[in-house]
Design a protein around this ligand. Structure first.
Ligand SMILES: *Cc1c(COP(=O)(O)O)cnc(C)c1O
Length: 395
């Protein structure tokens, strides 16, 4: 009941709200994706690349010093150890194989922080496919190292100069491109967002995370089910992957953590479930941060990957149904959590993942609880933020 239904909906959320011109493309995807991705040949290559290229399975690490401090049992799912430094590559590999199976030669993507652009450029290089990434001109300046990475990997990064020159403008350009090039082009989306079947497709590719957690927990504790699974939510792909195989077991607490930026009501936040209302964003019906007359509002978070004005339809459903608990962490709380993990465990998390860690102090755990935190990425990309905002009292 938590998975997408035949019409492409999670409860009242989802669907495919797309321009007429894209109907054929989406219909083609919808009609073929399940059959392609469950075929033996697809699965064989997908699993091989996840193992030998991405480096899976990623470890499930018992964080002893952090566990002691919190008086419970904390396990970290180490997506930070994936090739390219985050979970996004799992989905990019899945979709590039799908694009190949559909005979597409040209890959387009949009990117905000540049992380999805880098993952897309990486898999296009791997497969020798043309790669075009749309990116807001403002974001290109803020995320210059990722622009350099994409270019080094052979991608063409096209600056988008319209609107606020950020992610939503880049999305519009990518969709415009797809409308003009429907036959040879595949649109590679980076999170559990977009028109059906993208959210389901991305969730399935990322579900390898909870699949591995189950067998790793069984080996470590004798029980494949944890008491809690905690993940940060931008669009929601790492959380969808970490929750996927636990959705039906209501005894397992699923905790999604959004970025509240400088405070939920500060006007500088990205806490969609707290501030959003039902609307259409990026081709699906979900919760969206918008003004009363439906203008999408510019989100804010110190973490570029959580700086998104919506959440995927699966998460909107998990929120409104109460199946998952949605918490939030501010910039400052995330920074403190990152410092703490660095000092207690010798692991520098991505700023996004630090939001999931920050939620640990908002929950009262029992000593026997088993808590899995999905460490979605590593912190190398965030060193500038960590250095600039250094807290002297922790020195
Ligand atoms: C992009 C990103 C996120 C947010 O995206 P989701 O789709 O919500 O997972 C989280 N963590 C890292 C490290 C990212 O790069």
């Amino acid at each position: 009941m938590w998975q997408v239904n035949n019409d492409g909906y999670y409860g009242e959320f989802g669907g495919a709200y797309i321009p007429e011109m894209l109907f054929q493309n989406i219909e083609n995807l919808r009609g073929n994706y399940l059959q392609i991705i469950s075929s033996d040949s697809f699965q064989k290559e997908f699993q091989l690349l996840l193992r030998d290229y991405v480096g899976r399975p990623t470890p499930l690490f018992k964080a002893d010093r952090l566990s002691d401090q919190l008086g419970t049992n904390i396990y970290l799912k180490r997506e930070d150890l994936c090739h390219t430094g985050a979970h996004k590559i799992n989905n990019a590999i899945g979709q590039i194989l799908l694009a190949q199976a559909l005979g597409k030669k040209r890959i387009i993507a949009e990117t905000g922080a540049g992380q999805h652009g880098v993952a897309t450029a990486t898999v296009c290089a791997l497969k020798g496919l043309e790669c075009i990434v749309y990116m807001g001109a403002e974001d290109m300046q803020r995320q210059a190292p990722n622009v350099a990475r994409m270019r080094l990997l052979g991608a063409k990064v096209i600056p988008v100069l319209s609107g606020s020159k950020t992610l939503k403008d880049a999305t519009n350009e990518a969709i415009r491109d797809w409308i003009s090039n429907p036959d040879d082009t595949y649109y590679l989306i980076g999170s559990v967002v977009g028109p059906h079947p993208y959210p389901d497709m991305v969730a399935r590719f990322q579900s390898v995370i909870s699949h591995e957690i189950k067998s790793q927990l069984l080996a470590a504790t004798g029980n494949e089910n944890p008491d809690y699974v905690i993940a940060c939510v931008g669009g929601g792909s790492n959380a969808a992957g970490a929750f996927f195989h636990f959705l039906e077991n209501k005894k397992i607490n699923l905790i999604a953590v959004e970025a509240s930026g400088q405070g939920i009501h500060s006007g500088k936040s990205a806490a969609t479930t707290q501030l959003g209302s039902i609307g259409i964003l990026h081709g699906s019906k979900s919760l969206v941060m918008q003004t009363k007359d439906g203008q999408v509002t510019e989100p804010y978070s110190i973490s570029a990957g959580l700086d998104y004005p919506g959440i995927g339809p699966m998460h909107a459903h998990l929120y409104t149904s109460g199946r998952a608990t949605f918490l939030s962490a501010t910039d400052q709380e995330a920074l403190s959590a990152a410092y703490e993990l660095a000092r207690l465990e010798g692991i520098i998390p991505a700023l996004e993942s630090a939001h999931a860690l920050a939620a640990l102090s908002q929950i009262s755990f029992r000593p026997q609880d088993v808590v899995v935190v999905n460490l979605s990425g590593r912190g190398d990309k965030d060193m500038a933020a960590y250095e600039n905002l250094y807290e002297p009292e922790l020195q």
